[in-house]
Design a protein around this ligand. Structure first.
Ligand SMILES: NC(=O)c1ccc[n+]([C@@H]2O[C@H](COP(=O)([O-])OP(=O)(O)OC[C@H]3O[C@@H](n4cnc5c(N)ncnc54)[C@H](OP(=O)(O)O)[C@@H]3O)[C@@H](O)[C@H]2O)c1
Length: 274
């Protein structure tokens, strides 16, 4: 993939009111990109203040789209609003996501179904809506916020990992189809990062894996990720140790060992006694 200059690009980021999405918005704005920021309607004030701050600091244009993407018509409503307010966009960042911690067999079904919908159905639908116009304009980039969870089994966050693995597969396959169109799809795959998704999803504070990798800062993740997108990387895992573990060791270790290590290190809270 060719090197990318984001200056003057119109970029839509879903889930931009907090965490990694907000940090990505700041990185893109620093490079002179104009930003559409998606958020839940209950975060209308918050996303407006993020947009106002970015506009003031970097002098770029901003638009806010407080739309619940989990609703059946959410992606279509976002697409229509973006078309009418921003016009054609250059970059779509599918970043909104949720996760719930617990044993698959014990978890209620509704949050799991919502996770599948928001983390996989919604980005697929948004790609399906935006990519045809990107092809017509002869250029475009889709960045999907995946996770290191896409790269190996994720016990106790089973459905979350499955949605990210699905998003990974979708991104790679659509990218292959789009060769020669000027449009491409890439993912970035953060390790555990200190954001609200972990609190909202009931992740235990003493997850064993944190003792090895710690929790990254969203600003650190976003800075490294945007530099990787500028270099045209297709799949980017921020940080050497995350890359070594999730890309190299997982690929070359026996599956039984990967299962055992994942099961051991992804336990925390009341599960540590099992
Ligand atoms: N944090 C990690 O350890 C980690 C690691 C790897 C990958 N990721 C991925 O990074 C992405 C961003 O997550 P984050 O860690 O930055 O957590 P976050 O701060 O909770 O961000 C998630 C964003 O998605 C939005 N969102 C949730 N449900 C939505 C809906 N129905 N409609 C529209 N927007 C919705 C949230 O809005 P509200 O704030 O209003 O809920 C929030 O802005 C996710 O895709 C996540 O899977 C996170």
């Amino acid at each position: 993939m060719a090197k990318i200059n984001f200056k003057g690009n119109k970029i839509l980021i879903t889930g931009a009111s907090s965490g990694i999405g907000k940090a990505l918005a700041v990185e893109f704005a620093q490079r002179g990109a104009h930003l559409g920021l998606g958020a839940l309607p209950r975060e209308t004030d918050l996303v407006a203040s993020v947009a106002g701050d970015i506009k003031q600091r970097f002098g770029v244009k901003t638009w806010c789209f407080p739309i619940d993407l989990a609703k059946a018509d959410g992606p279509d409503a976002l697409y229509a609003s973006v078309k009418s307010e921003m016009g054609d966009i250059d970059v779509l960042v599918n970043n909104a996501g949720i996760a719930f911690y617990g044993e698959f067999r014990d978890q209620p079904w509704e949050p799991l179904a919502r996770t599948i919908h928001l983390n996989l159905h919604v980005p697929a639908k948004l790609m399906h809506l935006f990519i045809p116009h990107m092809i017509r304009q002869g250029h475009g980039l889709v960045i999907n916020t995946s996770s290191v969870s896409a790269l190996q089994p994720t016990p106790y966050q089973t459905v979350y990992g499955a949605t990210k693995a699905g998003l990974q597969s979708l991104s790679q396959a659509v990218r292959a189809e789009l060769m020669g169109t000027g449009v491409t799809v890439c993912t970035f795959n953060p390790p555990y990062t200190k954001t609200d998704i972990l609190n909202k999803g009931g992740f235990p504070e003493n997850l064993r894996w944190y003792a090895i990798s710690g929790l990254k800062r969203p600003e650190w993740i976003a800075e490294k990720a945007v530099k990787a997108f500028e270099k045209g990387k297709f799949l980017y895992v921020p940080g050497f140790s995350a890359w070594l573990f999730h890309i190299v060791l997982v690929r070359f270790s026996p599956r039984r060992l990967v299962d055992f290590v994942s099961r051991y290190f992804l336990r925390g809270g009341s599960l540590t006694g099992r």
